[in-house]
Design a protein around this ligand. Structure first.
Ligand code: M6R
Length: 609
């Protein structure tokens, strides 16, 4: 976790760095800091709390200089505090380091350094890096970095400056993301592109193990063997405007409303001249599909919920067993991954550490990796054999919305395409499904209009509740899981999802007078059973809210409120039912006065395991 920005050039480094950090707050925002080189040496300012605190403090007491590093933190080692905020410096205050990731062997190194007389001011793993550098430093900063890096285990991106080397900035990338930005007479490093997009569009995605030396003359990249290497310079075509709110109150609501166009982009750009599915970046053919005996679908959080829907449709259209697993648990199972396994990983950011770890494990066992990600050039994308990019545009709000629905579209498209290739999905069904998918973005748009006011109304009803239940059967159960997660993470209300048939095996004991139960009942074949399950909770005093497209008096009779969404084929219903649940979570958080886009204790991109 955490965001890094580094700058060397002729402009004021503080200005460039703070502007960049603002764009990286999605990576963590519990403390922040900068280290700037000027005539006084290294000037460090850092503090706990939101970045805005640091900005106000620097406005009152500006720091001049045109070389510097900055950081926005999401705590891993040590609580959010001034001491634990980055940059960290050596005792003499001559070397400063910012770090994203985790140094796994920091305890051993800390012990060794303490035996050598080094003292530590913070609880962070980062402080061992700066002290290692101090130990190895003999006038050449790059050499010291080479030596220090050899001692480090774990995932990290580092930005390093020294007052004794006023014309250079060294950055290191190992597992954690880091890019190099190339401007006119200035250079940048950052954890992500939006941080520098106002300044340059020319970017290098640093490779794992790369160390880059930025100087006023240019840059040199060294690979993990310390050989000088050339890396491709990419021109970024998307606009920084895409990462601003466009008049909406929050990024989350903007992103909810972007869903019709995000779905359209994801789908229509993959149709050939005949309107048929064409999956670029995926080289899977019939022979390969016939050769596999299972598919794993692995991801975290919302992406995992998309994976569950994916499992359902892939099994149906491909007639192959599909196992869905939470990435952080994947390695502990007795999994059966081999060279006859296709592993599909899903990650909006493409940088989620748990997902990457599962990907690498499966790859080592011979699996072919197909990733669904929203970030071009992300680690997940680069380590995959095949890639499905969800063209949802940058997702800034911590709560994932448009990434989720475009991930669903990715699964629908792949299941249709693979089923057709393999011959397990007949032509007529394929055509009907594809035709309906082409119309789905409009139905998402209609649903948004139809349910927004209802979501506000229900939000007011549930805002002060201690807990809520979400129930559903089949695909609706997966949607219930996603709805509950959304509500929890931004409204801070305890919300749990249950398979509707499972309630009577224990959970129903929790239902009391006025407990809200959100029942998703979009699956025709399970409809009657759902109505019975809603009756069971209603009889115990629950306040019941039904979500359906099915016009049937039975639901009206058992629900205090029925939310009607647009109708589509049952496999696509998760795309439409998610809309109401996203809006409900959003308006509940708004009415409670919560920080919707940056909920407490969370960060957008979870780059620690
Ligand atoms: O970037 P990823 O898709 O790999 O992220 C996975 C989860 O951390 C993410 O979906 C998380 O659950 C969201 N905050 C949910 O809204």
């Amino acid at each position: 976790m955490c965001g890094i920005v580094g700058y060397i050039g002729e402009n004021q480094a503080t200005e460039v760095i703070l502007e960049g950090l603002q764009k990286l707050e999605y990576r963590g925002y519990d403390s922040s800091g900068v280290a700037i080189h000027n005539t006084k040496g290294l000037v460090v300012k850092k503090m706990a709390g939101r970045l805005s605190n640091l900005i106000s403090s620097i406005e009152k007491d500006p720091i001049n200089g045109n070389l510097g590093i900055g950081h926005t933190r999401w705590a891993t080692h040590g609580v959010p505090s001034d001491e634990n905020a980055h940059p960290h410096t050596n005792k003499a205050g001559t070397i400063a380091v910012v770090h994203n990731g985790i140094i796994e062997n920091y305890m051993t190194l800390k012990k060794e350094l303490m035996e050598k007389g080094y003292e530590f001011k913070s609880d962070t793993d980062t402080e061992i890096v700066v002290n290692l550098l101090d130990m190895y430093y003999e006038g050449d900063l790059l050499k010291a970095v080479f030596k220090a890096v050899e001692r480090l285990r774990g995932a990290y991106a580092l930005g390093i400056i020294s007052s004794n080397n006023p014309d250079e900035l060294i950055a290191v990338r190992k597992e954690s993301p880091l890019i190099l930005g190339i401007g006119e007479g200035e250079l940048f490093v950052a954890s992500d592109i939006p941080a520098i997009l106002n300044r340059t569009r020319r970017v290098i995605y640093l490779e794992n193990g790369d160390i880059v030396r930025l100087s006023r003359e240019g840059y040199t990249i060294y690979d993990s063997e310390k050989h000088v290497v050339q890396r491709e310079v990419n021109e970024i075509l998307w606009d920084v405007e895409a990462a601003t709110k466009d008049g909406f109150d929050h990024f989350m609501i903007k992103e909810i409303y972007q869903q019709p166009s995000a779905i359209k982009d994801t789908l229509f750009r993959r149709l050939d001249d005949n309107g048929d599915i064409y999956l670029e970046n995926i080289n899977i053919d019939k022979k390969y599909l016939d050769s596999i005996n299972k598919i794993y679908v692995v991801a975290c959080g919302t992406a995992y919920h998309a994976g569950l829907v994916g499992k359902h449709v892939l099994e149906k259209f491909l007639e192959v067993p599909v196992i869905a697993e939470i990435a952080s648990e994947f390695r502990y199972g007795n999994n059966f991954v081999d060279d006859k396994t296709l592993m599909i990983v899903i990650s909006q950011s493409g940088e989620t550490a748990d997902t990457l770890a599962a990907l690498r494990l499966a790859k080592a066992k011979g699996a072919r990796i197909l990733s669904i990600t929203n970030v071009v050039g992300s680690s997940v994308a680069r380590e995959s054999d095949d890639i499905f990019y969800t063209w949802a545009g940058p997702e800034i709000a911590v709560a994932s919305t448009k990434a989720y629905t475009t991930q669903l579209v990715a699964f629908y498209m792949m299941a249709l395409n693979f089923g057709k290739l393999k011959g397990t999905l007949d032509e007529k069904l394929y055509n009907d499904y594809l035709q309906e998918l082409k119309e789905i973005s409009e139905k998402v748009g209609y649903t948004l209009k139809k349910v927004e006011d209802l979501a506000k109304e229900v939000a007011n009803k549930v805002k002060d509740k201690r807990s809520l239940f979400y129930i559903g059967r089949g695909l609706d159960y997966y949607t219930a899981m996603e709805g509950a997660l959304k509500l929890k993470e931004i409204s801070y209300i305890q919300a749990e999802a249950f398979a509707a048939g499972e309630l009577k095996h224990g959970t129903i004991a929790l239902i009391e007078e006025d407990t809200p139960v959100i029942a998703i009942a979009t699956q025709q074949e399970m409809y009657e059973k759902m109505v019975s399950n809603i009756k069971e909770v209603k009889a115990r005093g629950a306040y019941t809210i039904g979500i359906t497209s099915i016009n049937n008096a039975d639901l009206e009779n058992v629900c205090d409120k029925v939310i009607y969404i647009e109708d589509t084929i049952s496999n696509y219903m998760p795309l439409l039912s998610a809309i109401f649940l996203q809006l409900l979570a959003y308006y509940t958080a708004v009415v409670k006065g919560n920080d919707v886009d940056k909920p407490r204790n969370l960060a957008k991109s979870v780059t620690v395991e």
